[in-house]
Design a protein around this ligand. Structure first.
Ligand code: UDP
Length: 355
C-alpha cells in the first residue's frame, strides 16, 4: 500500500510522528511518501520535531510558507497535484485543519485518490476561523474519516456524511503523549527563570482570532498579567511579531521564551500548575497531564473537556482570565475521553481493511 502523507504545521508533525512509526511497523507492506509543504518553516517550529521525534525525513519539501491563506493553499494544491500524479498513491493521508490539510484533500479529490482524514469531525461552529473552513471542506471530500470521539462522529452525521465512512479511533495525540511522556526533557533555561516546578502557569497564544485582533491580544495579555501568577509563555512567531508591532511592554510575571520542542513541552505541561492556551492540541494535552485548562477562546472543538469541568472557556476577558488563573481547582479527570493510546493502530487496521 502506498500512502502519501501531507504535513506542514507543528501539530501535524507530532501526529505524523505517531502514525509514520506505526505505518513503518505495520504487519503488511506499506510505503509512506512524506511531503512537507513548508507551512511552518522556522527550525523551532519544524526541524526540531523531525529530529527529536525521529520522523522520517520528508521525501519532498515544498517550502511553501509565508504567504496568505489563498496563496499558500493555491500553491500547495498545484505542487501536491503534480506529486500525486507522479507517485500514484493508494491513499492520501491528511491531518487536522491547516491549509496543508485542505490543499492535500482538494488535490487528491480532483484526482480521485482516496483520502483519509485524521482528526475528522471537529467543529467550533465559528466560520470566521480559517481552521473551521479547512476542516469542513476536508471532511466533505474525504473517503475515510477518522473521528477521535463520539461527538466528532455526531457532528459529521449531522452534516449528512455517510456513517460507513466514519471510524471512531481515538486521538493520535493521546498516543503521542503516552509514548513520549516518559521521555520529557526539562528545558535548559528553566532553572534560570524565577519560577519553580509546580508553581507556574504554562501559556500558549497563537490563534489568528487572538493575534489578528489588537483588542483581544491586549486583553489576554492584560488578564494574564493581572493574575499575578508566574506565566511561562513559549511564544509562537506570529504572536511575537504582533506583540512587537503593537509595542506592548510585558510585565515581570510573564516569562517569554522561544517555542520549545515537543519533549520540552511535555515537561512544561507535566510540571506546571495550570495551562492557559488557545491551542487545540494543548487543551487535550492539559487533560492528558491532569492539569486544568483555561481556554483563551470563546468556544472550543473539545467540548467534552468543558463538560467534564477540566476546561474553562474565558474568551479574551481580562477579568475572567485573571480570576480563572488564580483559582485553585481540585479536579477529577475522567479516563479515556480520547481513546486508550492506540488510535494509530486502529487507523492502520481500517486502512488495511479497505485496501
Ligand atoms: N507545542 C510544542 N512547543 C511549543 C508549543 C506547542 O511542541 O512551544 C506542541 C504542543 O505540545 C502540541 C502542539 O504543539 O502537541 C500544538 O500545536 P499548536 O498549538 O501549534 O496547534 P493547534 O493544536 O492549535 O492546531
Amino acid at each position: 500500500m502506498k500512502v502519501f502523507t501531507v504535513v506542514g504545521a507543528r501539530p501535524q508533525f507530532i501526529k505524523a510522528a505517531v502514525l509514520s512509526r506505526a505505518l513503518a511497523n505495520a504487519d503488511f507492506p506499506v510505503q509512506e511518501i512524506l511531503v512537507h509543504t513548508g507551512q511552518h518553516y522556522d527550525s523551532n517550529m519544524s526541524d526540531v520535531f523531525f529530529e527529536e521525534l525521529s520522523i522520517p525525513k520528508p521525501m519532498y519539501s515544498l517550502g511553501l510558507g509565508g504567504g496568505t491563506h489563498g496563496q499558500n493553499t493555491g500553491r500547495m494544491i498545484e505542487q501536491l497535484e503534480a506529486l500525486m500524479l507522479k507517485e500514484k498513491p493508494d491513499w492520501v493521508l491528511v491531518y487536522g485543519d491547516t491549509d496543508s490539510t485542505l490543499a492535500g484533500a482538494i488535490a487528491a479529490a480532483k484526482l480521485h485518490i482516496p483520502i483519509a482524514h485524521v482528526e475528522a469531525g471537529l467543529r467550533s461552529y465559528n466560520r470566521a476561523m480559517p481552521e473551521e473552513i479547512n476542516r469542513l471542506l476536508t471532511d466533505h471530500v474525504s473517503t475515510v474519516l477518522f473521528a477521535p470521539t463520539d461527538v466528532a462522529k455526531r457532528n459529521l452525521l449531522k452534516e449528512g456524511i455517510a456513517e460507513d465512512k466514519i471510524h471512531i479511533v481515538g486521538d493520535v495525540m493521546c498516543d503521542a503523549t503516552e509514548f513520549y511522556k516518559s521521555k520529557a526533557v526539562k528545558p535548559v533555561w528553566f532553572d534560570e527563570l524565577d519560577v519553580k516546578a509546580g508553581e507556574y502557569v504554562l501559556c500558549t497564544i497563537h490563534r489568528a482570532e487572538n493575534t489578528d485582533s489588537e483588542t483581544r491580544l491586549k486583553a489576554i495579555l492584560e488578564g494574564i498579567e493581572a493574575s499575578g501568577e508566574k506565566i511561562v509563555l513559549p511564544l509562537h512567531p506570529r504572536t511575537k511579531n504582533k506583540i512587537k508591532m503593537l509595542g506592548v511592554e510585558l510585565a515581570g510575571n510573564i516569562f517569554i521564551v522561544e517555542p520549545v520542542g515537543y519533549l520540552e513541552m511535555n515537561w512544561l505541561e507535566s510540571n506546571c500548575k495550570l495551562i492557559a492556551t488557545d491551542s487545540g492540541g494543548v487543551q487535550k494535552e492539559a487533560y492528558f497531564h491532569n492539569k486544568h485548562c483555561v481556554t483563551l477562546r470563546d468556544e472550543t472543538e473539545w467540548v467534552e473537556l468543558v463538560e467534564q469541568n477540566v476546561n474553562t472557556l474565558v474568551g479574551a476577558s481580562p477579568d475572567k482570565i485573571s480570576c480563572a488563573l488564580r483559582s485553585d481547582r481540585a479536579v477529577v479527570f475522567a479516563e479515556g475521553l480520547y481513546g486508550n493510546g492506540d488510535a494509530a493502530g486502529n487507523i492502520i487496521k481500517t486502512l488495511k481493511g479497505r485496501a
